[in-house]
Design a protein around this ligand. Structure first.
Ligand code: UD1
Length: 379
């Protein structure tokens, strides 16, 4: 093809982003017309929250590291904007791809849509094209920082790659022009399929003396579940009750660990032999635990999708989800904290859950994105 090379920035920031950029990075790398640069904002910086994922997902070291780190929402967002604007002005990418809904997603979108290149004949005009991957998801809950990040990112982006029809509908309802919306599917399923062999080779549960399909997996990090002392205490007590029925594995997010320690709750869980407490795991061992567990209790976004695809029952400890397709077509259920023991009992007594075929959740999303970029630069 007779394209000139375009420079694409892929923004990586926090744990849930890495498995979204990996398949796209690998697909773009094969294209002669794309010069793909990974920009890591540094929102997640611990070895086990970031570097280990790059290794598991066969990603190279980021080309550019903004080194921003933690802070309040305004501090983190502002700092990413300040640092990324400098990079934009120096590197002048043609396209910026942001993924998901974390603070760095909104920050890089704001920086890239407001920057002005001072080259009069820049190939793509005065600023880069901004594309949002995983666009259109809405929880309709504006107390979630991620919802604000989604709304702003989608309203500013030039290209909106959605995972499911509800995403398209949400964007249209918000008055976004239809020609910006392209349904490409769920990129996380690409990662899962790309690394399936590596994932299936392991048997991580054996390290803890557990058996296949005879344990539950827990992940918790949402402020609404883990920041308030009494709520977290109740949650710990209920997890201990569940562990009396089925052993649990709990890789603990840094936010949650900090709070468990500060509130003196870590010992409630620690003293309970059937809950295996771990540091956060990287992609392959974590997915191996998902593949082989009998149920998941979580407040994560992505795990609702992965369990739906794999046919594993998932209880989501939230009052809403931006991923309704996982409830309608998948294996996900929203769950009040007070109901979790009852719902776990139901799952354990009736452990039939079928994997779900959701359109475009097929491991070919990165290829559809590459096609959509080609079509865009070709016109
Ligand atoms: C962020 C995202 C959330 C995503 C989650 C997955 C936002 C608003 N939130 O939440 O959407 O689901 O990541 O993990 O962007 N910390 C460490 N080491 C790290 C990263 C964080 O110790 O590598 C600590 C921070 O100091 C902070 C806490 O964990 O105290 C929370 O980190 P932060 O990035 O603010 O938000 P998350 O809760 O991780």
């Amino acid at each position: 093809m007779n394209f000139k090379t375009i420079t694409i920035h892929l923004i990586a920031a926090a744990r849930p982003n890495f498995m979204k950029i990996a398949p796209l990075y690998h697909a773009l790398k094969k294209e002669k017309w794309a010069d793909t640069i990974i920009v890591h904002t540094g929102q997640h910086y611990d070895l086990n929250m970031s570097d280990a994922f790059f290794k598991d997902l066969n990603l190279p070291e980021p080309d550019i590291h903004l080194g921003v780190g933690s802070g309040t929402h305004a501090e983190q967002t502002g700092q990413v904007m300040i640092e990324y604007e400098k990079v934009l002005l120096e590197h002048r990418p043609d396209m910026v791809i942001v993924v998901g809904d974390v603070n760095s997603t909104i920050a890089c979108t704001l920086a890239a849509t407001k920057v002005t290149y001072d080259l009069p004949h820049h190939s793509r005009g005065l600023r880069p094209l901004v594309a949002h991957l995983e666009a259109g998801l809405r929880s309709f809950d504006r107390t979630m920082p991620e919802e604000i990040n989604r709304l702003v990112t989608d309203s500013l982006s030039d290209i909106l790659w959605t995972p499911s029809p509800d995403g398209d509908e949400n964007l249209k309802r918000e008055g976004i022009s239809e020609d910006k919306i392209i349904r490409v599917g769920n990129i996380m399923i690409d990662s899962l399929e790309m690394f399936r062999e590596k994932i299936e080779k392991k048997a991580v549960y054996k390290e803890f003396g557990l058996k296949k399909h005879e344990y539950g997996l827990i992940t918790l990090h949402r402020p609404s579940n883990v920041d308030e002392q009494n709520k977290l205490k109740t949650l710990c007590q209920l997890l201990c009750r569940i562990a009396g029925k089925i052993p649990l594995i709990f890789p603990i997010h840094p936010r949650t660990r900090k709070n468990l320690i500060n509130y003196g709750l870590i010992n409630v869980l620690n003293g309970f032999g059937k809950i295996v407490l771990l540091e956060p795991l990287s992609y392959v061992p974590f997915m191996n635990l998902v593949f082989n567990c009998s149920l998941v209790i979580t407040d994560s976004g992505g795990i609702q999708e992965e369990t739906s695809y794999l046919g594993i029952p998932c209880l989501t400890l939230r009052s809403n989800t931006e991923r309704p397709v996982t409830i309608i077509q998948g294996t996900n259920q929203l769950c009040e904290i007070s109901d979790i023991v009852m719902k776990v009992d139901k799952i354990l007594s009736n452990n039939i859950c079928l994997g779900s075929q959701i359109e475009f959740w097929d491991g070919k999303t990165a290829a559809r994105i590459v096609e959509s970029i080609e079509a865009r630069i070709n016109c």
